[in-house]
Design a protein around this ligand. Structure first.
Ligand code: UD2
Ligand code: MN
Length: 282
């Protein structure tokens, strides 16, 4: 049949923009800490596209979101996160891609620098509007916690079971947080000075305030997470010193002096993987 039936319904110009509030959200989620093997998940998640991408099929997404996950040697956590996160993101009707940014070698871990790398490398793929910086061990417990970027930077892991579902302090920005492309650029990204555990999130909170922005939050019954168990990393004893003197480096320490080598990059079914060698700032 070659009869003309009017405009093609798959033409993006006639597909409607997705509703502001996704229609199929359920609220509280059943968190699953014992996922099937990755190979099984890969087959099961038919709506996830290579590179760990998803987007709604029946409406035009409002946001292009990069999920940036700093990573080294936590395969169990990664498997569990992917198993829980993809289905929720698909329901949220956003256009997203998951990036695993893995630090090469066994020197002190630098979570902040990996975030900076994730931001820079993600933008080489697409002009993402929004960046979600996401610990590998945090599992969302409510799908109304939208993985999008509002007017102000948003701290998303407000209530974590490990902290008895209480925000430990008002300026906490660690765990899971969302910033728009413009906001992250404005604050010059994260500091590159924080090697080992701690401080990098508080320095980001300071950067946000210094630019006249503020941290926004969803209520704790929605911005809720379970943390997978792990041993405590060795804290960086210099973190207080760098925090205190951070302000004078905001303009020069961050995206502007970021140095790294991209050792490898692969698009697996459930995520885009970046292996990077970090170079300490001079
Ligand atoms: C807290 C923060 C975290 C960060 C950290 C201090 C919350 C809920 N989390 O996490 O965002 O500010 O303190 O640096 O507030 N990682 C690896 N391999 C490693 C070490 C770290 O993959 O060997 C990654 C992984 O994504 C992990 C994240 O870095 O979730 C934070 O490290 P953590 O989970 O050991 O630290 P934690 O739970 O104290
Ligand atoms: Mn943790």
């Amino acid at each position: 049949n070659t009869t003309y039936n009017g405009p093609n319904v798959t033409d993006s110009s006639v597909i409607k923009q997705c509703p502001l509030i996704p229609p199929n959200l359920a609220g509280p989620l059943v968190v699953n800490k014992t996922p099937p093997e990755l190979s099984v998940i890969e087959v099961k998640f038919t709506d996830v596209k290579p590179g760990g991408k998803g987007s709604p099929s029946n409406c035009k997404p409002r946001y292009k979101v990069a999920i940036i996950i700093p990573y080294r040697d936590r395969p169990q956590h990664l498997q569990t996160l992917l198993y829980n996160l993809h289905p929720m993101l698909l329901k949220q009707q956003i256009d997203y891609q998951i990036f695993i940014v893995e630090q090469e070698g066994n020197g002190p871990f630098n979570r902040a620098m990996l975030m900076n790398v994730g931001y820079v490398e993600a933008l080489k793929e697409k002009t993402f509007d929004c960046f979600i910086f996401h610990d590998v061990d945090l599992l969302p417990e409510d799908d109304r916690n939208l993985y999008t970027c509002p007017e102000q930077p948003r701290h998303m892991s407000v209530a974590v079971d490990k902290f008895k579902y209480r925000l430990p302090y008002a300026d906490l920005f660690g765990g899971v947080s969302a910033m728009s492309r413009g906001q992250f650029r404005l604050v010059n990204g994260f500091s590159n000075m924080f090697w080992g555990w701690g401080g990098e999130d508080d320095d980001m909170a300071n950067r946000i305030k210094a630019k006249g922005l503020h941290i926004s939050r969803y209520p704790p019954n929605i911005a809720r997470y379970k943390m997978l168990s792990h041993r405590k990393e060795k804290a960086n004893p210099r973190r207080y010193e760098y925090l205190k003197t951070g302000k004078k480096r905001f303009a020069t320490d961050g995206l502007t002096n970021l140095k790294y080598d991209l050792i490898d990059k692969k698009k697996y079914k459930l995520y885009t993987w970046l292996l990077v060698k970090l170079t300490p700032p001079q």
